[in-house]
Ligand binder design. Structure first.
Ligand SMILES: [Fe+2]
Length: 381
């Protein structure tokens, strides 16, 4: 409820200031403003029907409308980015431009023309951003780690993360990415959270393609924050019944490669305790074992688990959550709160890989930050 209230206040503020700015600064026509307001509020409200999870949200017409809605949300988002750039340009130009320089903001007609020209770019940017949004590329990452046992073969990890099966991505998308991953023949598979946006009863059929995931050392999964939004207990029960996927909730399993013990551990979401203290994420618990290990790998949805993970002796952490910022220019904003945003990092001696995510969330936006199916090759040299 609080989440919806925050979204509503946030949306209203954006709409109100944009409407007022366009009306007063350039005397934009009321028809334009009405169309803008209609697209804005329809796209914001329509999406909420999905979150109510009624049966009709499974009908093909509703699914098609959700796809359109995700497109309109992207259009609205890029439109606001252009306005923001325009406001910044206006503020700077008012300060810097001399009396002899052209000032678009003194002549409202000239300003309006410039604004309409620039804002007409937003549909084009949205179309470009949509191109390949559901075709993740296979990204190969090479990690050379002197802590990895010398005399054993390298480990080929396949990772899927932040798939967000739900309002816009369905079974066909999951089938495609699972096949893409299996074509790479990974030794072990990690699924690192935010797999779904919806309840088990509505999405269990969409997750059927997970059954094709098979690897020599197993398939492991951890939850992300979105699993908690949709009844984490039901999702835990769902994965418990899986014949091929092992969910790791602050626990681990040992795999043996060429006589060396490799620890595969997984934690609950970094903020899971906000839902219930019993779900609290703990790399300390996850690393505990009576066996001695030669290399330790952690599956953690959020990169922020890295502090505790490195402290308790993990050598590699595999994460997602950030979507790499999902689309330019949001990567700069997300980067302010997520120092480990995308790619391979070194954190206090531990390797940390952060995926851009396999699917997307919210608006259909992925400009300059491609979705990925990830292959991580870990070796000593
Ligand atoms: Fe997440």
């Amino acid at each position: 409820m609080i989440f919806f209230l925050v979204i509503l206040i946030f949306s209203f503020s954006i709409w109100y200031f944009t409407y007022k700015y366009l009306k007063t600064s350039f005397e934009i026509s009321s028809t334009f403003l009405k169309i803008y307001s209609l697209i804005f509020w329809v796209s914001i409200f329509f999406r909420n029907f999905y979150y109510l999870q009624y049966d009709f949200t499974k009908t093909p017409i509703f699914i098609a409308l959700l796809q359109l809605d995700a497109f309109l949300l992207a259009l609205i988002a890029y439109f606001h980015i252009i306005i923001l750039i325009f406001i910044i340009y206006e503020k700077i130009s008012r300060k810097l431009i001399t009396t002899n320089s052209p000032n678009y903001f003194k002549d409202k007609r000239k300003g309006r023309r410039l604004f309409l020209g620039l804002s007409s770019l937003s549909p084009l940017i949205t179309i470009i951003s949509n191109y390949k949004i559901t075709v993740p590329k296979t990204k190969i990452v090479k990690i050379v780690d002197d802590k990895y046992p010398k005399d054993i073969q390298s480990l080929k990890i396949g990772q899927l993360t932040d798939i967000h099966i739900g309002p816009t991505l369905k079974r066909d998308f999951l089938e495609k990415v699972c096949k893409q991953l299996m074509n790479e023949k990974p030794d072990i598979i990690f699924i690192t959270g935010d797999i779904v946006d919806g309840k088990v009863q509505y999405l269990k059929d969409d997750l059927k393609p997970f059954e094709m995931l098979k690897a020599k050392y197993g398939v492991f999964l951890v939850d992300g924050n979105h699993e908690y939004y949709w009844n984490i207990n039901e999702w835990r029960d769902f994965y418990k019944k899986s014949p091929n996927i092992k969910m790791l909730n602050n626990e681990n399993q040992t795999i043996n490669i060429g006589g060396k013990n490799i620890l595969i551990a997984g934690v609950t979401d970094y903020r899971a305790h906000r839902f219930d203290e019993k779900f609290r994420s703990s790399p300390t618990k996850a690393v505990y074992s009576t066996l001695k290990h030669d290399y330790k790998i952690l599956l953690a949805h959020r990169p922020k688990s890295c502090d505790e993970a490195s402290r308790v002796g993990f050598n590699l952490q595999v994460s997602g959550h950030t979507h790499g910022g999902q689309s330019f220019p949001f990567n700069f904003i997300v980067g302010l709160v997520q120092p480990y945003l995308s790619g391979l990092y070194k954190h206090k001696g531990m390797n940390l890989y952060v995926s851009n995510g396999t699917g997307f969330w919210g608006p259909r936006m992925r400009l300059g930050i491609p979705a990925e199916v990830t292959i991580i090759n870990v070796s000593n040299s």
